[in-house]
Design a binder for this molecule. Structure first.
Ligand SMILES: [Zn+2]
Length: 286
């Protein structure tokens, strides 16, 4: 573990263009290889827009060609070097993949350590929450569209009856969107306490700079304490203690009002006079 950590830390210091190797598990036409290369570049740019640079210095992407035009079944691995496996439709074009979220989601897993099974909600929550924000910052979607994804998705993360907190409730909704609720609360609270100078991204950048990538296994405590050291405020600690074994519902409608986010007939609009409008702006601004 120590040896892996030292190697990873050395790699970051060099911070050169990451070596990305794309391979296919079956015959793929040259056009599909080119589409996959551009798709990979877009996802890398989104991750770099959030983290300031790409999070690992080498990455293998293994693509399984399938029928159709979409991407599906993405998984990120850290064992023996960062690896993403994903299925991709043989007929996919740049246009089909322009709004794809999957590869950005998987790439966001690379810059965070592997946690024990019961804390997977934090790994998935980070990828789920940051993915639309990273793509908005890279100008791959509008801030309105990014917030719409969150406004529509996050209610699926609220606790249902019988919930025993994020560490003990391993449903799909609590793992992906429950983890994302934790991240949204953390982002807003860090910004409130730091005059909007620091946000969740600074906690995540600090964790990654300390060698916390998918290649290493960490206890959640280490990620929480390094994240909090990086922002200077103990927000992750407080929210984790609050949400880990209690069914905490997040008052989303009130939060949207404070952030100045209105949703009417499926259309998002912003209210810049809302008390936390500057925080909303800072989260998704390119
Ligand atoms: Zn994931």
């Amino acid at each position: 573990m120590v040896a892996v950590f030292a190697m990873a830390a050395k790699g970051f210091a060099q911070a050169a263009e990451p070596a990305v190797e794309i391979s296919f598990t079956a015959e793929a036409p040259p056009e599909l290889r080119e589409v996959a290369t551009r798709w990979t570049e877009r996802a890398k740019k989104a991750v770099a827009a959030y983290y300031g640079e790409f999070t690992v210095d080498r990455l293998r992407i293994r693509i399984r060609p399938k029928a159709g035009r979409r991407a599906s079944n993405g998984t990120a691995f850290g064992w023996r070097g960062p690896l993403i496996t994903v299925s991709l439709g043989r007929d996919a074009t740049d246009n089909d993949l322009a709004n794809d979220w999957l590869l950005t989601h998987e790439m966001l897993h690379l810059g965070f350590p592997s946690l024990p099974e019961r804390h997977h909600w934090l790994e998935e929550g980070i990828s789920t929450y940051v993915e639309p924000i990273a793509r908005a910052r890279a100008k791959q979607m509008t801030p309105e569209r990014a917030w719409q994804d969150l406004v529509e998705g996050l209610p699926q993360g609220q606790p249902e009856s019988g919930d025993r907190g994020l560490d003990n409730t391993h449903t799909w909704g609590r793992t992906y969107w429950g983890g994302a609720l934790f991240c949204l609360r953390a982002d807003v609270e860090i910004r409130k306490r730091t005059k909007n100078i620091k946000g969740l991204e600074h906690a995540l950048r600090g964790i990654r700079a300390a060698g916390g990538t998918i290649e290493v296994d960490w206890p959640i405590e280490r990620a929480i304490s390094i994240g909090d050291q990086s922002t200077g405020v103990p927000v992750l600690r407080e929210l984790y203690d609050e949400m880990k074994d209690s069914p905490v519902a997040v008052p989303l409608d009130d939060l949207w009002r404070q952030l100045g986010i209105r949703m009417s007939k499926g259309v998002i609009s912003f209210d810049d006079t809302a008390p936390l409008a500057q925080i909303r702006h800072a989260i998704t601004q390119p």
